[in-house]
Design a protein around this ligand. Structure first.
Ligand code: ADP
Ligand code: MG
Length: 461
């Protein structure tokens, strides 16, 4: 009999055997493999001694009868051979299956543990390195965060990430947490907002009258971790008792060789009334700044969002959003979400036309322009307009630059980031200049006169 024919024949016999024999022996039938058929004798192999013994002893008559019917040959019979080699092969295969099952189980268990840990750590699943778009504005901060994630407490400790609101501090900090949990599930990670830390401290000490034994619950919560992610540390400003407590937490963790990551919207020395002790601790590791994303990164972020949302878009629509929302990624995302919702609800593609209609951004092309503002302001102060873009810090040039930047913001509604690019300055410099002039015009008549006259020269009043 040809091999295929033999197999088919065996399948048929097997079917009849399964139908005709009690269920208790089915596993042994399944353990048989056909080897040959010759003159009414069907030879099968098994690796299980018990299969051979049991089937031959207790069911031979039934089996042979079934064989006679299927083959039509009088005296047909089943010849069961026990093959040690086959038994060994079978055993190995079974072991392999068990090992695979155990691995799968372990993997599932690990994933389950991971998601438990991620939620116990207060982490948001959206904030991972994979979803973080890297550009010039955040490359250094990103690389430092990744280095910390790969080698907690070995590289930069503490890691202090700072930058104004909406630039990705929380995202980057939580990405460190996810990375560590995924790659080293033995480490205990805790993300906490500084506000929550302060509130916890206050409520624990109130409840317990600050007694040492009872405060141990608080210590357990914050001292018993391997990686602490403390978000928005600026909220600790002026809270002296909380600062003292935080200093203890910091020292305990640091001395035990644990990783500390902190974010802030400003540098440690700019946090009002931050104790010297904490300030120097925050500064002793690595401090990295996040700045507003440049156009390419903004487009990258929008494209990622569009892909994640399966949104069909026109490139010009994304460029339009990126152009008008350049200071803050949260606002950039908000603008995208709004346009996207309109597109979805009205069943349209995300086009430039729709984007303009929804966002109605002030178009800078129709207004005065940075150059005109810089020229007029420079001439009012008797300095060269080129100097406003230079690094000169002479008082006259600084004043002229601050007023010009202030007017760019006020008259054109531009982002700090765009103004900063025009004047070749850091965006925080422009932001602080704007804050300062806005405050000073109420008290400094030189400034208010200058602004009025420059506006007149620009013919905007
Ligand atoms: P911050 O903590 O600095 O105020 P967040 O981390 O909350 O800012 O970021 C605000 C929003 O912008 C979040 O939704 C975050 O995912 C997103 N975001 C910020 N930077 C990036 C980036 N480089 N790539 C992708 N998303 C970003
Ligand atoms: Mg944040």
């Amino acid at each position: 009999m040809e091999n295929i024919e033999l197999k088919r024949f065996w399948e048929k016999v097997k079917e009849e055997l399964i139908g005709g024999l009690p269920e208790s022996v089915h596993p042994w039938i399944y353990s048989l493999e056909v080897s040959g058929y010759d003159k009414g004798v069907l030879t099968v192999v098994t690796g299980q001694a018990i299969a051979k013994t049991w089937l031959s002893k207790n069911h031979a008559a039934q089996i042979n009868k079934i064989l006679e019917t299927v083959t039509g040959e009088q005296g047909a019979r089943l010849n069961i051979i026990l093959d040690e080699h086959y038994a060994f092969k079978l055993k190995k295969e079974v072991e392999k299956i068990h090992k695979k099952e155990a691995e799968m189980f372990q993997k599932e268990q690990a994933l389950e543990n991971l998601s438990c840990m991620q939620s116990a750590s207060n982490l948001n699943l959206k904030y991972k390195f994979e979803n973080f778009v890297v550009g010039k504005c955040n490359k250094f901060a990103h690389d430092a965060a990744l280095a910390v994630a790969k080698n907690p407490a070995e590289k930069y400790n503490p890691l202090f990430i700072y930058g104004t609101s909406g630039l990705g501090k929380t995202h980057l900090m939580q990405a460190i947490g996810h990375y560590i949990l995924f790659n080293n599930s033995k480490l205990k990670v805790k993300y906490t907002k500084t506000d929550d830390y302060i509130n916890d401290y206050i409520s624990f000490s109130r409840k317990t009258n600050n007694t040492i034994e009872n405060m141990s619950k608080f210590y357990k919560k914050y001292n018993n971790i391997d990686v602490i992610l403390l978000d928005d540390i600026q909220f600790i400003e002026s809270k002296i008792k909380s600062m003292e407590r935080l200093q203890h937490t910091f020292d305990t963790l640091y001395n035990k060789g644990k990783q500390i990551v902190i974010t802030s919207d400003r540098l440690p020395k700019e946090i009002p009334n931050l104790t010297k002790a904490l300030c120097s601790r925050f500064e002793m590791g690595l401090m990295v700044e996040l700045t507003p994303p440049e156009a390419e990164t903004r487009i990258g972020i929008l494209k990622n969002l569009a892909i994640a949302n399966s949104t069909e878009y026109e490139d010009e629509a994304l460029s339009y959003i990126a152009k008008h929302f350049s200071d803050n990624v949260r606002e950039l995302e908000g603008a995208f979400t709004k346009v996207c919702a309109y597109a979805e609800l009205s069943g349209q593609k995300l086009t430039l036309e729709l984007t303009k209609e929804v966002l109605k951004c002030q178009e800078q092309e129709n207004t005065i322009g940075y150059t005109a503002i810089a020229d007029v302001t420079a001439s009012y102060f008797g300095v060269d307009a080129k100097d406003l873009k230079s690094s000169s810090r002479s008082q006259k040039i600084s004043e002229a630059r601050q007023i010009a930047a202030f007017l760019c913001r006020e008259l054109m509604g531009s982002s700090f980031n765009n103004i900063a690019e025009f004047f070749n300055k850091k965006y925080t410099t422009i932001m602080y200049a704007h804050e300062k002039i806005k405050k000073d015009i109420n008290t400094n008549s030189d400034y208010s006169n200058a602004i009025r006259e420059i506006k007149q020269a620009l013919k905007v009043i």
